[in-house]
Ligand binder design. Structure first.
Ligand SMILES: C[S@@+](CC[C@H](N)C(=O)[O-])C[C@H]1O[C@@H](n2cnc3c(N)ncnc32)[C@H](O)[C@@H]1O
Length: 254
């Protein structure tokens, strides 16, 4: 691992300890169902019996938890962080048809054309070569299978002002001090709103929707843009979040 990857793995190992036991299903499942419906799929049927990959599965294994809840037969989770994999193993204890593996998204330890559905939320933008990671995800997806990714967006006060301010604060205040202070504001320790993530992640790219659509076009996948499940398409939301705090995209490999 490179020094930045080691720091990334350590950071998320810490952050994901603050997820409540039901975090994955409470936070991600309703939004993911909305996205499946927006893609014209029946959320209760689309994943029944299929093989899925959660690339960068994290400690609470959100992607695996929701895809298993929707009927996926076999789920593989890959993550850089041993600590997160250990944590995910605990969370998923008793769930059949799950394999967790340490690996790097930029060089997945998986065969070509292996999965029916590849899920990768909140990971590519923190890697050293997001487009290479994206091509890896497509490599392991079978023709006719679906890819679903989420990366940070651009524009708006949050992405252009608040995020750089949080990063500047992270360069000044050591992480243990911030962590101690945040015990009084537990909401800001939760993975979905983690101040630790914004302040201390070593690599963080933000994208225009057109950038991500371009990645899909280079591998000949027709992209569908999905707005973040909890953000509206209003003038206020655009002023605050620009194209979105997260941009979700999906498409089918030809
Ligand atoms: C922000 S968390 C997202 C976790 C989860 N995908 C979710 O939806 O909440 C990023 C996760 O990706 C992992 N990660 C970061 N870079 C990676 C890489 N190059 N290869 C594999 N996993 C990586 C981190 O260890 C962390 O668990």
């Amino acid at each position: 691992m490179t020094p930045a990857e080691e720091a990334t793995a350590r950071l998320y190992g810490d952050i994901h300890r603050y997820a409540s036991p039901t975090f994955a299903l409470d936070y991600f499942l309703p939004g993911f169902r909305k996205h499946l419906a927006a893609l014209g799929l029946d959320p209760d049927r689309a994943l029944q019996g299929i093989r899925v990959l959660d690339a960068g599965c994290g400690g609470y294994a959100g992607g695996i938890a929701i895809m298993k809840a929707l009927g996926a037969r076999y789920a593989v989770g890959v993550d850089l962080s041993w600590e997160n994999l250990e944590h995910a193993r605990e969370r998923l204890r008793g769930t059949p048809g799950v394999r967790l593996e340490r690996g790097n998204l930029l060089d997945l330890p998986l065969r070509d054309n292996r999965f029916d559905f590849v899920y990768c939320n909140g990971v590519l933008m923190s890697t050293e070569d997001p487009q290479r990671g994206f091509r890896e995800l497509v490599r392991v997806l079978r023709p006719g299978g679906r890819i679903y990714i989420g990366v940070y967006g651009r524009g708006g006060l949050f992405n252009e002002v608040a995020v750089p301010l949080m990063k500047a604060a992270g360069r000044i205040v050591p992480r243990p001090i911030t962590t101690r202070a945040l015990r009084y504001v537990p909401r800001l320790l939760e993975p979905s709103t983690s101040l630790l993530d914004f302040m201390y992640v070593p690599i963080e790219h933000h994208y225009h929707a057109s950038d991500v659509a371009g990645w899909f076009e280079t591998v000949k996948i027709q992209p569908t843009f999905l707005r973040h499940y909890y953000e509206l398409d209003t003038a206020l939301s655009r002023a605050l979040y620009g194209e979105g705090t997260m941009l979700f995209f999906s498409g089918i490999k030809p």
